[in-house]
Design a protein around this ligand. Sequence first.
Ligand SMILES: [Zn+2]
Length: 205
Amino acid sequence: MTDKILKRTAVFHRDFFETQGKLLAQLVEQGQSPKIMLVTCSDSRILPGKLFGTKPGDLFVIRNISNVLPPYIQAEIGTVSALEYAIHELNVAHLVILGHTDCGGIRSLDRLFEINQYPALSRWLEFIRPARREAVYRHSDMSSESLHQLIVERNVVMQLQNAMSYPFVREALEANRLELHGWVFYLAQQEVRYYDPETDAFLTQ
Ligand SMILES: [Zn+2]
């Protein structure tokens, strides 16, 4: 019996190992030392390596629904330990929160998920709901697509604020060992913008 999905990717594997094989071997020998930790959505359309032209060894990644970094006191052990390891052991220099438009998690805020049917999802969505409240409060008159974009953006800003609730993240920031970045990938426009704290807006390069 063969694994059909694995078989389907055989050509890709051959090309990948051919072009990146040397680098992978080197990373095994020397260990990884990524400079960037990325927190992004589980969405299948987000391909960090393709989006940022990174190679094996460049990114340390946490993925979940709607790129959430829960506040420190509410974070589960998986998130905290990944972040702890990235900052203390790998000494990453950048922590990037990458959100995206047409995000299913953000759109889910308009639906009511029964806690009995989706006990985990309904709780998880509470981490992003304040972003929706803030966006509606600021611009209740927006078209639904503009409002969606604004919620996606405010959610990224909120996750940046949550990052500051982690004592070791604050410490690294104060020691200038770490920088925080908020990015949004606008799928329809096919562009990435970054958060500018001075203007409180997302800007193109
Ligand atoms: Zn998403």
